[in-house]
Structures are given as C-alpha cells and as structure tokens.
Design a binder for this molecule. Structure first.
Ligand code: G1P
Length: 274
C-alpha cells in the first residue's frame, strides 16, 4: 500500500514578506501549529508514514520541527508545560522524516521529480501544505487512499471553484463515472476563465503512480516557464487512467493572506484546544 508522502516546501512565500524573509512560510502558525504540521498529520492519519520534504535554502526550521529538541525537552521536563509538546512528539514518533533539496525553483513538476530519490518505484502521496484541508470525517488523503485501493491509478483532488478564481488553479475536464469521481480527459494549468475546460480545480493533494517521474522528465516547461505537474498528469491521463476526486471537506488557501486568516479563524473556533 501507499506509505510515502512528498511535501514540496521549497517556495519563497513572497506574499507573506517580511514574515517569510528568514522563516519558511510552511512554519507560519495557524493558531499554535505550523501550517506544514497539519499536512503531515493528514498524511500520517492516511497511513503515509514516510514523509519526504523537498526543501531549498532557508528551510532548515522544517527539519528541526520534526526532530527532538533536547534542550527544550530538558528545560520543561516535569513542568506543567510539558504537555504542550505531546502533539508534536506523537507526530515525530509516528513518522520518518527525510529531506532532499531542490537547487532551483523550476516548478512543481520539477520539485516532485527532485523527490524521486526519496520515493523510488512505488505510488506516493503529494501534499501542498499551502492548501489546508479538513476532511468531513476522514482527512482528504485518507479519502484518496481508499479510492486508490479501488482504481490503482493516479488520483488528484478537485473542488468546484467560481469562474473568477479558476485562473489560480490547474483545471480538469473529465467523464463523470460516479457522483464524486471523474476520469480525466483534459487538464490545463491556470487557464483564463474563458479557456477553462470546467469549474473543477485541482487542490494540493495527489496520489501519483511512479511512472510520473519519467513523464515529468520528458515534459517541457509550460505555464510561467516552469515544469508543471498538470502537464505531466495530462500525458499520464492520455496513456492510462487518471482520476479526479471531489473530496468531502473544506480547503483554505493558506498561500494567500485572506485564506490564511480564514483558516486561522476556523481552527481557533473548531479545532484549537487551548
Ligand atoms: C499548484 C498547481 C495547480 C493546483 C494548485 C493547488 O499551483 O500547479 O495546478 O491547482 O497548486 O493549490 P500553485 O498554487 O502552487 O501555484
């Protein structure tokens, strides 16, 4: 079954400057927990215990977060504050955490290809931590793993979005085979509203079969001069099956200030246990 999950976390987070000048954007807290930890917990809950980060310069804090801080442990041992570390200790104990570095920002496709060294030749999950997802019942990746058991092919998460938002996303067209599942027939990265093949936008959760690596290697740079995973997925869809899954739950775009604030409010009211 699927046990590995890649987190491409090399991006600069320019929209959050100056906060992200010397701190990874993935470490910004939603209430009291770094954004990336929500994604890692979602992966662990789905049984994906081998976590791989594709990082870049200035991202060491992410590796430190998923490792023991002896000084801190010693300092607060036996004090009333110790329980504040229970959650992250549990996360660290449940997974393994590996890192590889992307030397240049060359697109999400390139980031995923860089992660091949951590994945090898097996199906794997991809989480874009900026997309903070809360499943209705099981998490979004858990829902997708269930679907993978049935279809044994690449699966992308999708959501309906209004037409004035569509150009921020990869967009699919597909043949509906179930109320919430489409067999992908077309995919376009960040189309203008008038060129979009549907209102079904790709959200940052993927289960990919490992043939995607060779496909990415053969995929030329696309939108913005970057190697886009969406373009590689279209090739894969034409060769075989790629499914798109309308997940059950909510999603916040924490790469934008508004989404970040909305996610913070939602977590504070519904999830945070202070
Ligand atoms: C990436 C993908 C895009 C997808 C989006 C989901 O874009 O390229 O296809 O719809 O994530 O958040 P980004 O937001 O990283 O520019």
């Amino acid at each position: 079954m699927i046990k590995k999950c890649l987190f491409p976390v090399a991006g600069y987070g320019t929209r959050f400057l100056p906060a992200t000048k010397s701190m990874p954007k993935e470490m910004l807290p939603i209430v009291n927990k770094p954004l990336v930890q929500y994604g890692v917990e979602e992966a662990l809950d789905a049984g994906l215990y081998e976590i791989g980060f594709v990082t870049g310069r200035g991202k060491r804090a992410i590796n430190d977060h998923f490792d023991t801080n002896y000084e801190l442990e010693k300092e607060i041992a036996g004090s009333g504050k110790e329980e504040l570390l229970t959650g992250i200790r549990d996360v660290i104990n449940r997974g393994t955490f590996s890192t590889t570095r992307q030397r240049e920002m060359a697109g999400l496709g390139n980031a995923i290809l860089t992660g091949q060294t951590l994945i090898g030749d097996e199906p794997f999950g991809v989480v874009l931590a900026d997309d903070l997802c809360f499943g209705e019942g099981p998490g979004v990746l858990s829902q997708m793993v269930e679907l993978y058991k049935q279809f044994r092919c690449t699966i992308v998460a999708i959501q309906e979005v209004p037409s004035d938002q569509i150009e921020k996303f990869g967009v699919i067209a597909g043949e509906q085979i179930r109320e919430d599942v489409f067999r992908v027939t077309d995919m376009v990265e960040k189309p203008k509203a008038e060129d979009a093949p549907s209102n079904l936008a790709i959200i940052g959760r993927y289960i990919l079969t490992p043939d995607i690596f060779d496909i990415i290697r053969d995929t030329p740079a696309g939108k913005n001069g970057e190697v886009q995973i969406t373009d590689a997925l279209l090739t894969q869809a034409k060769r075989g099956a790629v499914m798109a899954y309308k997940f059950k739950g909510r999603r916040y775009d924490c790469g934008s200030i508004q989404g970040f604030i909305d996610a913070t409010n939602y977590c504070y009211e519904n999830i945070y246990q202070g």
